[in-house]
Structures are given as structure tokens and as C-alpha cells.
Design a protein around this ligand. Sequence first.
Ligand code: CA
Length: 225
Amino acid sequence: MRILLVEDEKNVAAFIKKGLVEEAYTVDVAEDGPEGLLMATTADFDLIILDVMLPGLNGIEVCKTLRGKGINKPILMLTAVDSVERKVEGLESGADDYLVKPFAFSELLARIKALLRRTTDIVSELSLDDLRVDLLARRVYRGKREIILTQKEFSLLEYLLRNKGRVLSRTQIIENVWGYDFSPGTNIVDVHIKSLREKVNKGFERQLIHTVRGTGYIMKGDDDL
Ligand code: CA
């Protein structure tokens, strides 16, 4: 899952990002209102965390503009101002939920999970052939054998499986699994695909992750070839 965090306070942004990355979310940070608006309208995020007090354009204006453009992804507003008016203003602008700073990370995480459950198709399991991914327990099985993955490998597998049958370019994979922090010039995708593929295919005849030469990667069973 890919989250856009619009927050100008660097230490707060770093704290939230670090926690979410540990939970295997992909996080992109925008440091002001206009940048947040641009990123939210040009890339596909599953959820947006929007600080209210932002340079350039405040969070309420960003939220109104996004809703006006028909972007209906869940928006969680953050603010240091604990006042009823701000809360009402935030929710009226189209935000789905509201969290007052300072907050415990566990509270933020709980709100994010609740919003994602409410607004995205509830899928607790992804599968292909005899490969099964339990998204809630974050465990992966091939047949009866459990496959132990790193956090990044898990995110990568989840993204590939959510798009099974579709060819994904390295740029798409980087944007959705690593975020904008990595330039498409790196070979990070190939390195992770290699290790993921070894784990997923090891000891099995059927290959599930395929290279599309010159383009990228696709996940599909041999039967679909
Ligand atoms: Ca702020």
C-alpha cells in the first residue's frame, strides 16, 4: 500500500515515515501544500495523510481541491490545533478522519488501517497457483511450505500479486514499492526480484514471476502463458 504524507515539519515527517515503512507501507513525503497537491494528482496513492498547517497552501485547501478534482482516496488530517472548528472545517473539506498532534504512532496506525479497511476492497488474501499470501498475518505460503520474506520482498510480492497478469515496468515497481526516494536508474528492482524469485520458486517446477525482456516483470502461472 502506498501512502502520501504531506507534512512540512521534517522531524514529524521522518517519524511517521519510519514507522509506516516498518509496517511495510510505501511512503512518499511532500513538504508543502502545492507539492502535496501535485503528487496526489499525478500518482496513485492508497491513502493521503495531510497536515493542516502547511506552507503554500494549507491542508484544508489541498483537501478541498483534491475532492473538487474527483480524487476520493481516503484522507487523514493532522493538526496541532485541537479545536472543534478546525475539526469541522477539516471534515467539511472532505477529509475522512482527523488526528490531533501530538499523537502516539499506534493511534495513527490504527486510524490508517481503519480507513483503508473502510475505503479499499477488503482483501485479506492474495493468491496465484499454489502461492498464497495472508495479508493480515503477513505470511506467505507456497503449497504447504511457508516462505520467509523480508519486508521489502513482501511489499514487492504484494504489489506484483495485486497486479497479476499485468506487465509492470521497473519504474512502476519502484514508485509503488519504494516511492520516489529511488531513481529508476538503480538496479534495486532486479536485485529484489531475483531474491524474491529464488524464495518463491525454490524447489518448485512452476515459475510464477516472469521477466518480460526490455519491459519489466509479470506475475502469472505457467498455465496462463
Ligand atoms: Ca505543519
